[in-house]
Design a protein around this ligand. Sequence first.
Ligand code: AMP
Ligand code: MG
Length: 318
Amino acid sequence: MNNISTDIHKAKTILEQDNLVAIPTETVYGLAGNAFSETAIKKIFATKNRPLFNPLIVHIHSKELLDDIAEKVPQKAYQLAEAFWPGSLTLVVKKKSDIPYLVTAGKNTVAVRVPNHPLTLSLLQLLDFPLVAPSANPFGSISPTAAEHVANYFPETVPLILDGGICESGIESTIIGFEEDEPIVYRLGAIAIEAIEAVVGKVKVMNTEEAAPEAPGMLLKHYAPKTKTIIVDDIENFLKENSLPKIGTITFFKKIEHNNLVHQEVLSERKDFKEAAANLYQAMHRLDKMNLNLIIAEPFPDENLGKSINDRLNRATK
Ligand code: AMP
Ligand code: MG
């Protein structure tokens, strides 16, 4: 497709004209616009069909820029930025007055991160404004982890897709807010809670219902394939007891012994959580193209990135 390129200068020109560019990050591809342009921000919401109550993450190229976006930043936020930026951690902090309320869905807080992708970091360095970038998919669907996923979703409405290859982390960032300067996890993501706690000590993790008013847009159904998806503890046994046509599976490391499956996705034969997370959406995209009747996933161990993978699988089944 001719709108896929690696030309960051072309991207700069498009962004300076209040238009949108899809950008690679290490989490998922984002649909980016100038964080200070209401025209661009409105285009993001319209293109994605994203409700306006769902705030956007501001992307900057260096942790030194955090103080341009936010004020009264808690000490532990700086510690986390130091430890994980560039990287898959989003901090929700008090916004500076010039950050548009369209970005923050009317809130006085703003979500910020430094993405860890060389092409996008170079682009951010060329620009004299930060980018707001939600995932480059129609609202609610599986996030894109390759340029071609974005092109499939938006064959005409996105003028340029910067191709940065396949996303290394492959799931969204972990989002942390603060209550009386103490970190609270709003969304599980590509950085494990265990890694965060190693830096700032024990953190509270909100469940989806608790997080919803704090982090609007954290919907129960999200990241979902079009194909019906269920989670089953013992897939082999389930398949013995139910004879169903056209099934695909998602497992952690084990192959399913069954001769009637259309397709199996094993996310990490070597039982590596990072590799499994990186493969999750790729697997969902592949399965969703196969005209299956059902996708069956197994639950992951409730530790490390297994927690984040379970969070995404749960939302995919709602
Ligand atoms: P994404 O859709 O991956 O771009 O992530 C954006 C998510 O970040 C939103 O759906 C919110 O849950 C969260 N978020 C963004 N800004 C804020 C904010 N100001 N306060 C709380 N949560 C936020
Ligand atoms: Mg999204």
